[in-house]
Design a binder for this molecule. Sequence first.
Ligand SMILES: Nc1ncnc2c1ncn2[C@@H]1O[C@H](COP(=O)(O)OP(=O)(O)OP(=O)(O)O)[C@@H](O)[C@H]1O
Length: 255
Amino acid sequence: MRKPPQLLTDNLSLSYGKERAFEGVNLTVHSGEITALIGPSGCGKSSFLNCLNRLQEMIPKAVLQGEVYLNQSNIQTFDPLELRRRVGMLFQKPTPFPLSIIRNLTFPLREHGVRNRSQIDEIVETTLQQVGLWEEVKDRLQSPALSLSGGQQQRLCLARALALKPEVLLMDEPCSALDPMASEVVEDLITQLRGSYTLVVVTHNLAQAQRIADQVGLFWVQEGTGKLIEFGERDRVFNSPQHPLTEAYLTGKRG
Ligand SMILES: Nc1ncnc2c1ncn2[C@@H]1O[C@H](COP(=O)(O)OP(=O)(O)OP(=O)(O)O)[C@@H](O)[C@H]1O
């Protein structure tokens, strides 16, 4: 029998003041799977993603309705810092701290109470190896993170998230600000994380969604607000969509 979902949203809606960004979203994500969220611009994908680790709370006008459960616990019951350790985030534009390469990893670890020097050194090396950066940066760990290329910065941000041993990683168009080669490297890393982490990835790139996803959800603006109009296993969604708009979107006729 399949295990209970790792992440579940129950009738989730978000408004910015009077504007409804999305409404009534029910989504279930199982452990180790990659879920891709696709859809035209402005249909609420990023807003939805932000709600999964309560980042929307940073936006004063944002009002959330409905519930999000992580391993069957309502995320409102979590300490936000601990929630964001367990549910990490990677943004479209790389967001390294304006610190050295190594401090980008050691700073959050210390914030989360990891103090043992040899443990920190081990996590730094392991996570940089995990994202294929160790050989590139091991001799210049004290250099500014902002001196790295865009692709390297994105991999450093991924290493920073992985260092905190998250269960879920949210990714908002993680490859779309990168050049094609860097994008390919990051996409390969994403697929290597399958099985070990649960990933929810917003992407505009349908071919990428088809390559990486186990499950696909399509958001669409209907009656002035974003809705999840199709959700299911990748091959089912791509080969026999249930909603006519899904077919129109996937074949390029709409969106
Ligand atoms: N901080 C904000 N304050 C007010 N409105 C916002 C805010 N962020 C997003 N919105 C609005 O919410 C709606 C959904 O936007 P959102 O960015 O979530 O969509 P999206 O599908 O991720 O779009 P894109 O693919 O272009 O990033 C849009 O109408 C947008 O203008």
